[in-house]
Design a protein around this ligand. Structure first.
Ligand SMILES: [Zn+2]
Length: 91
């Protein structure tokens, strides 16, 4: 998961990647089609709304991460968690 994993699209869209650019979750969302993006936004809301702890959680950042990985999006749970908790630079 080093810099050379960035896609051509990402490089073109972020000439200054260190300048507090939008997080990887946002990048992945921008690559989705409208239907997937809508579903993903809903999933993020579900993760935010799920107040369960540990294994009692149905929707979690680690679940979301594993779904993304399954579909070829390489991202870490901490990045997803940062986005879900609003600690990233997206909003
Ligand atoms: Zn974000």
């Amino acid at each position: 998961m080093s810099e050379d994993k960035r896609s051509l699209f990402e490089d073109l869209m972020s000439p200054r990647p260190d300048n507090n650019s939008q997080c990887k979750v946002h990048t992945i969302m921008s690559e989705m089609d409208d239907k997937d993006r809508e579903a993903f936004a809903k999933a993020i809301d579900m993760v935010k709304a799920d107040k369960g702890q540990g294994r009692s959680r149905t929707y979690s950042a680690s679940w979301l991460t594993s779904v993304l990985k399954k579909h070829g999006h390489i991202i870490s749970t901490s990045t997803v968690l940062r986005h879900v908790t609003g600690a990233c630079s997206c909003e």
